[in-house]
Design a protein around this ligand. Structure first.
Ligand code: ZN
Ligand code: ZN
Length: 141
């Protein structure tokens, strides 16, 4: 896989570059993501924040204190509303890219489902994918 990727919102006002290889997709079935995505789940890839650069436009942000007590900042296009990133205030070194906003999605595959306790019954469920009823366990590093 390439170590560079690009993405944008639906209207194209906001574009961004990612200067690292993009790993597997994590599907988040939490109720906040369902609302923010207007969908059954959000599909995300985690990268280092230092490798992401907004190359056009000025996206808006919305911050919410979530059940864990942490603050999640969601970044989206203020013109068309497309979700682009999310980031924990407490761990600004990591950024979560909304996988649907990437320009080239061909090489991506689903590796994990999280917050499956609130998953809806009307989206595809691959039993071979690692699952967690709540948050993603702390990654080993
Ligand atoms: Zn837009
Ligand atoms: Zn979520």
């Amino acid at each position: 896989m390439s170590d560079h990727a690009t993405g944008s919102c639906l209207c194209g006002a906001v574009t961004y570059d990612v200067n690292q290889a993009i790993g597997g997709v994590i599907a988040c079935h939490c109720t906040d993501c369902q609302k923010a995505a207007g969908a059954g789940a959000s599909h995300n890839v985690v990268v280092k924040a230092e490798n992401v650069q907004v190359t056009a436009g000025e996206p808006k942000t919305y911050a919410k204190v979530v059940d864990s007590g942490r603050t999640l900042i969601r970044t989206f296009c203020g013109d068309c509303g497309s979700p682009l990133f999310s980031q924990r205030k407490e761990t600004p070194e990591m950024i979560v890219i909304k996988a649907g906003s990437l320009d080239d999605k061909a090489g991506l595959s689903l590796v994990m489902d999280i917050w499956t306790d609130s998953a809806v019954g009307w989206i595809a469920d691959d039993p071979g994918v690692e699952k967690h009823p709540g948050n993603r366990p702390v990654p080993k590093s």
